[in-house]
Design a protein around this ligand. Structure first.
Ligand code: CTP
Length: 409
């Protein structure tokens, strides 16, 4: 059983939150509702309280609630925060970080994943201000579902309708199932913000690539993307402007990171080149070395006993391409996944690929998909070995080292 904090904004679609609560509860999860002042005009707290079988929260200045449960606690007890419906006003406040009522205060105070389901008049949805707010929230790692298109309560036609409850619930179920990258090393808010990478552009690749065999099959590898995502998150936390080019993974975008999803190695190269220039590039992705030469348009069928041969062609080497690129990043870092003679193989790779550092790790155990990693940092000046640590901790240590080098020019 998971706990969902449902924030209900003030739009006509607020009445549909009743059905959403029933659907979530039918799936066995608990819902706690918070209503904005406007939300409570469209549907009563009494209705939602009866359906959720819990207290409905509306007022930030209800001192009794604050004594019982501070808003910080309320925002963090949930596994997922869902804003449905999200009005244009709520989106704008979320973007600006305004916290002038209970709902917006919770949204600013939460450290949990947030799913936003906007519903509004078509002109409001299409207004440049709303477009800007939605893009900024997405760049902050917040999942914003596009509204449905159709006839609206106000008589106009177009995008802006609340999506069907089943679609919203499918998103909720997905958000509850995926792994959210969280930092164990919390920033120290008593100190001035530590932003040594402020103003620097950092490009990270992560995850596996999928190389199609036919329309339904592909070649892949065991990379989970967790190490690359943790590095992207650490870079963003140190103030960098981060672009993350990711293969297919089951992870949520770290806050503040611009994420571009790709499938194949060739798509990854295209997106990496588009993301240039960068001050630092860290190629963490486990890129497939080969792709199938001629991918048929139709699914390959079993044909008696004949086993179809696969002819493979070599993929472009993204790291080596960047090393020779006219916009070569100032600091270019490759990863090496090795199962034996780790340092020796990584030193050879440093020379072969033309990068500045190779971060080598031993993948003979359960590193791929696991929570921990140990790094050997190989540069032309020697080798530095770091002990086994959680992937987010070692990512932070790596980015601190990067920041050190970059700040020295
Ligand atoms: N890499 C890349 N493009 C490829 C293959 C690898 O950019 N087509 C990058 C990876 O992201 C990683 C580094 O190169 O940063 C090393 O990848 P690895 O697979 O270990 O090296 P390979 O060159 O494929 O060598 P081998 O498979 O023989 O170990």
């Amino acid at each position: 059983q998971k706990r969902i904090l449902l924030i209900i904004g003030g739009g006509i679609a607020a009445y549909k939150s009743a059905e959403l609560i029933r659907t979530i509860r039918k799936a066995g999860h608990a819902v706690r509702c918070v209503m904005t002042k406007g939300g409570a005009q469209f549907v009563t707290p009494l209705t939602l309280g009866a359906l959720s079988e819990d207290k409905v929260y509306t007022d930030l200045f209800d001192l009794k609630d604050e004594a019982e449960m501070g808003h910080i606690q309320l925002s963090r007890q949930a596994d997922l925060v869902v804003v449905c419906p999200a009005t244009a006003d709520l989106l704008a406040k979320m973007h600006a970080g305004i916290a002038d009522d209970l709902a917006t205060t919770l949204l600013l105070a939460t450290d949990k994943p947030v799913l936003v389901v906007p519903a509004m008049n078509v002109r409001m949805w299409q207004h440049p201000a709303t477009r800007r707010n939605v893009s900024a929230l997405r760049a902050d790692g917040i999942r914003v579902i596009d509204p449905d298109e159709g006839e609206m309560a106000c008589g106009e036609f177009g995008p802006g309708r609340l999506p069907e409850i089943e679609r919203i619930f499918a998103e909720i179920a997905h958000q509850l199932a995926v792994e959210h990258v969280t930092m164990t090393a919390q920033p120290d808010f008593s100190e001035p913000p530590h932003r040594p990478l402020y103003g620097k552009r950092v490009l990270v690749t992560a995850g596996p690539t999928h190389e199609p065999i036919d329309p339904v099959r592909y070649i892949a590898n065991r990379s989970s993307g967790r190490q690359g995502f943790a590095i992207a998150q650490a870079a963003a936390e140190l103030g960098a402007q981060v672009t993350l080019v990711s293969g297919p993974v089951n992870l949520v975008t770290p806050p503040g990171v611009i994420r571009i999803d790709i499938e194949s190695a060739r798509e990854m190269l295209t997106e990496v080149e588009k993301a240039l220039p960068a001050d630092v590039a860290i190629m963490v992705a486990a890129v497939a070395d080969w792709h199938v030469a001629d991918v048929p348009e139709q699914k390959i069928k079993k044909d008696g006993n004949a086993i179809p041969p696969l002819t493979l062609s070599e993929n472009p080497d993204i790291l080596a391409t960047l090393a020779k690129h006219k916009q070569r990043p100032g600091l270019l870092i490759g990863f090496a996944a090795e199962t034996e003679k780790i340092v020796e193989h990584a030193q050879a790779k440093l020379a072969k690929k033309g990068c500045d550092w190779i971060v080598a790790n031993d993948v003979s155990g359960d590193v791929m998909g696991g929570a921990n990693n140990a790094f050997h940092i190989i540069t032309k000046n020697g080798v530095e070995s770091w002990p086994d640590s959680p992937k987010d901790v070692i990512a932070r240590k790596l980015m601190e080292k990067v920041a050190d080098v970059v700040s020295k020019g």
